[in-house]
Structure formats: C-alpha cells, structure tokens
Design a protein around this ligand. Structure first.
Ligand code: GAR
Length: 199
C-alpha cells in the first residue's frame, strides 16, 4: 500500500508516521508528502527522510476543483492507495473525496463530534470540558463529520491552557495515528455505513 500524507505545518504527526514506517510498525511506504504551504516544516521532515515532497500552491488555481484535479493527477502518478491528512488545514471537496472514497483519513484534536473545525483545543478549554482528546476518522464531504475509526481521551486539568491541552492531545495523536494506519494497511478496518469495525 502506498501512502500520501498531506500536511500544512509543523508536521509532528507526519514525523510519527515516518518513524513508524521506517521501523516497520506501519508495513507500508510513505511515497509522497504534499503541502499547501511552501514553508511547512513538514516538507523539510519529508526531505530529511528522502520522501518525495511537493508544495502545490493553491493560489495558482482559479478554483478548488482545478486545485484538486491537479492533486488527483499527482496521486495517480504515484499510485497512492491511502491519503493521510496530518494537520492539513484545507477542506477537501467532493472532487477529491469521491475519487478516494474511504481512502482518506484525518486526525482531529478533539473528541468528535464535539469541537469541530479550527482551534479545537481552545474550544474545549473555553467550553470547560473535563476530558478531551483526539479522533481519527474517514473524511467525508462534511467538516470533521466522517465515520470515526479511533479516539483517545485526555484529562483536562483546571490549570490547563489551550497549549497545555494541545501538548497532551498531540502525544495521543502520535500514538493512535500510526496504530490506525497499521490496521488499515493490514486490512483490519471495515466500514459499514458510518460504523467502523476494527478486527
Ligand atoms: C494536530 O494537532 C492535528 O490534530 C491538527 O493540527 C495539528 C497538526 O500538528 N489538525 C487539525 O486541527 C485539523 N482540523 P502537526 O503538524 O505537528 O502534525
């Protein structure tokens, strides 16, 4: 199975996946890293790991559809089977999603369906929840609405800032994302309607 990772920023999840692939924990190759941000640290991490890394400038395209058509060409060229969103801060449209149905996964820093969208950790702190966490899910046409594959819970302490909570959640992200991808690669994840079963 060939994997493409989409990332917009720091790329700590990408790094966890690179390490998991290098060690054999994920028995598949990360073939391609794509970013919509020229300065993404994620691109540098891919470069250091000798993974093909490509910045696709969204501003070069008139529409999202054209942008995604370009992405699809690239994904086909590299024979990509699984698209992993790792801090990719751009909403995908049906142009791409329909071509890769149940083959795109995302990680989100909250216990979905709570706190969708941007700044999920701050939303959780502002709301005053006592527990939060992260969610790995398939990507559908909604924002953070796709079938849930796995979640991990962290305790929110009274003194936690959004940054403190982000750090706690990130630790869990780096644990569950490689585990889920390993299971997808090993065909252990079945999707029935919107319920996901892990064998
Ligand atoms: C992660 O916390 C990820 O869950 C979040 O961005 C961060 C990326 O960190 N994603 C979203 O908020 C998507 N809506 P990273 O670049 O260090 O992996």
């Amino acid at each position: 199975m060939k994997i493409a990772v989409f990332a917009s920023g720091r790329g700590s999840n990408l790094q966890a996946l690179i390490d998991a692939s290098a060690s054999g924990f994920i028995p598949a190759e990360i073939k391609l890293v794509i970013s919509d941000n020229k300065n993404a640290v994620a691109l540098k991490r891919a470069e250091a790991a000798r993974i093909e890394n490509i910045f696709i400038d969204p501003d070069k395209f008139n529409t999202k559809r054209e942008y995604e058509k370009d992405l699809i060409e690239l994904l086909k060229e590299y024979k990509i089977d699984l698209i992993v969103l790792a801090g990719f801060m751009r909403i995908l449209t049906p142009t791409l999603i329909n071509q890769y149905k149940n083959k795109i996964i995302n990680i989100h820093p909250s216990l979905l369906p709570a706190f969708k969208g941007l700044n999920a950790q701050k939303q959780a702190i502002d709301y005053g929840v006592k527990y939060s966490g992260c969610t790995v899910h398939f990507v559908d046409a909604g924002v953070d609405t796709g079938p849930i594959i796995e979640q991990a819970v962290v305790k929110v302490d009274d003194s936690d800032s959004a940054e403190d909570l982000s750090k706690k959640i990130l630790k869990e992200e780096h644990r569950i994302y490689p585990e889920v991808i390993r299971d997808i690669v090993n065909n252990k994840i079945i999707i029935e309607d919107r319920k996901v079963i892990r064998k």
